[in-house]
Design a protein around this ligand. Structure first.
Ligand code: C2E
Ligand code: MG
Ligand code: MG
Ligand code: MG
Length: 289
């Protein structure tokens, strides 16, 4: 009908949208403002060395402080930011801000930063990163870039080349959400990652499923044979933590160790064992970070 009229109005179009699409479009419009007005904050989730029990790094996780809706989690807006290209300015801000904040931390923990595959097409990426590192006067070795398998799926040659250029700046490269993409093993051949992050889906059922145990045990062995470290994601219980430690996983990250921390807390957190090893975090009892 809209076509027959030949001049369908915006209102017609609007009426046809379902609620979900409308919410999404609202968020998209808000997202443009949010980037211009700087409505984002970064929280940081600790990563613990399983050998020493000490925190060695923290992963940067972005939050949108929406003036009306309150805090919005990345699952609700990273996809929109990617589709609209807004992930480029947002991602640049995240890189600069995370490195700026990490340079002021009391402990020289590694700062892990997630990179969207879309950001890998930004010709300015290496510049943004090296400038941020130079301005903050942080050792590039403290910066770790997390990419997912999807980032290597398309345009893989260009992206592998980019990873080499990134690595040359001194930063480390981690493969995030390992085991959830297609032909994961192929990516381990394509680039010598510093670290493999074993996806939470394998960790969450670790103690109940022998297949998960077999997979995780063998990913740890494979990574070691390739000279890569391993970080288990989504560690929520003492049992998972102990199992991973026993089986030689390098690091763990998850609610059992710590929820993501607000920037001010992250800056002061040293992660000596007495601070956090007391027991399990009651997941629902904690403010939503
Ligand atoms: P990710 O990179 O795999 O990050 C880990 C996610 O798991 C985080 O969710 C973290 O809060 C959550 N998590 C950590 N420990 C546990 C646990 O023990 N149990 C459970 N159930 N969850 C845990 P978050 O912050 O909501 O981020 C989700 C995803 O959004 C991230 O997955 C990442 O892919 C993306 N993301 C977050 N921040 C950024 C960013 O700054 N840039 C980009 N491009 N993507 C980001
Ligand atoms: Mg990550
Ligand atoms: Mg991950
Ligand atoms: Mg994951």
């Amino acid at each position: 009908a809209a076509k027959r009229a030949g001049r369908s109005t915006y209102a017609d179009f609007d009426a046809a949208l379902n609620l979900e699409e409308r919410t999404r479009r609202d968020l998209e419009l808000d997202l443009r403002t949010a980037i211009a007005e700087g409505q984002f904050t970064l929280v940081y989730q600790p990563q613990v060395c399983l050998k020493t029990g000490k925190w060695t790094g923290k992963e940067t996780l972005v939050r949108w402080e929406h003036p009306v809706r309150g805090r919005i989690m990345p699952i609700e807006f990273i996809g929109i930011a990617e589709e609209t290209g807004l992930i480029i300015p947002l991602g640049e801000w995240i890189i600069r801000q995370a490195i700026h904040e990490a340079a002021r931390w009391e402990e020289p923990h590694t700062i892990a930063i997630n990179l969207s595959p879309i950001q890998m097409r930004n010709p300015n990426l290496v510049n943004v990163l090296t400038n941020a590192i130079a301005n903050a006067q942080i050792e590039p070795e403290r910066v770790e870039i997390e990419i997912t398998e999807n980032a290597l799926m398309h345009d893989s040659e260009a992206n592998v080349e980019l990873l080499h250029r990134l690595r040359k700046t001194g930063v480390r490269i981690a493969l995030d959400d390992f085991g959830t993409g297609y032909s994961s093993l192929n990516y381990l051949r394509a680039f010598p990652f510093d670290k493999i992050k074993i996806d939470r889906c394998f960790v969450s059922e670790l103690l109940d499923r022998s297949d998960c145990q077999a997979i995780v045990r063998n990913v740890i062995m494979l990574a070691r044979a390739l000279g890569m470290e391993t970080t288990a994601e989504g560690v929520e219980t003492r049992e998972q933590y102990e199992w991973l430690k026993l089986h030689g996983c390098s690091e763990a990250q998850g609610y059992y160790i710590s929820r993501p921390m607000e920037a001010a807390d992250a800056a002061e957190a040293s992660g000596t064992s007495s601070e956090w090893q007391a027991g399990e975090v009651i997941a629902d009892n904690v403010h939503r970070l």
